[in-house]
Write a protein of this length. Sequence first.
Length: 265
Amino acid sequence: MDNEQIILLSSREIEKMRQAGQVAAQLLDYLEPMVKPGVSTLELNDAAEAWTQKRGAKSAPLGYPAGGNNPFPKSICTSVNEVVCHGIPNAKQILQEGDIINIDVTPLVDGYHGDTSRTFFVGEPSPIARKLVEVTEECLWRGIRAVRPGGKIGDIGAAIQEYAEAQGFSVVKDFVGHGVSRVFHTAPQVPHYGFRGRGKRIRPGMVFTIEPMINEGIWEVEVMSDQWTALTKDRKLSAQFEHTIAVTTEGVEVLTLRPALVPTA
């Protein structure tokens, strides 16, 4: 992926990405009240699919990658507790009091992908789960604040890694952020660890995700036999937050943040 050419989007294309991003944000808002004990991850998936279809959009994860040997079988990813990412919704997985769950959605709207995720509490979390989720969300924002025209991709990962490790957690290295527009995953790769001043130069018109996965214990993961579900190797908790951002001449715009939630300061 990272050897591919980075595509700079036009203002018209960024507007299309903005619209897709808003649909993605609204989908997570819609699902949030359903996240409670006794609900299956399949119920969340089916609700997301129905909501997406009703708005004339498609669920990009369903059947991805097209033509692949093992396409993703559901519409969203539901990653519970020690699942780092790409958890497959199913009827047997029932949310329990104290769980944490990352829900990752990517509606395809008029040919453009809106890609975002949040980690939610199921009931009342343990103190370590609460800290992990709060630190992970702050890692996302520190990564976003590191984006500036003329900077380097490594600035993003460095900001995330420094904060996560200072809080006693670790950064998953196997999965990275990515360019996104009409194509689901494209250049540049955006690691959530690394060194300032390294990597591709950040330019206006670039659109990519920042999606740190932060682990309670060690950073290493392993992928289950379904070839999708990634687990922490030590089976401790993992959390993730994701936004799609556009680089502007002034700085950065978060495309998957609902207008009501945009910080005023």
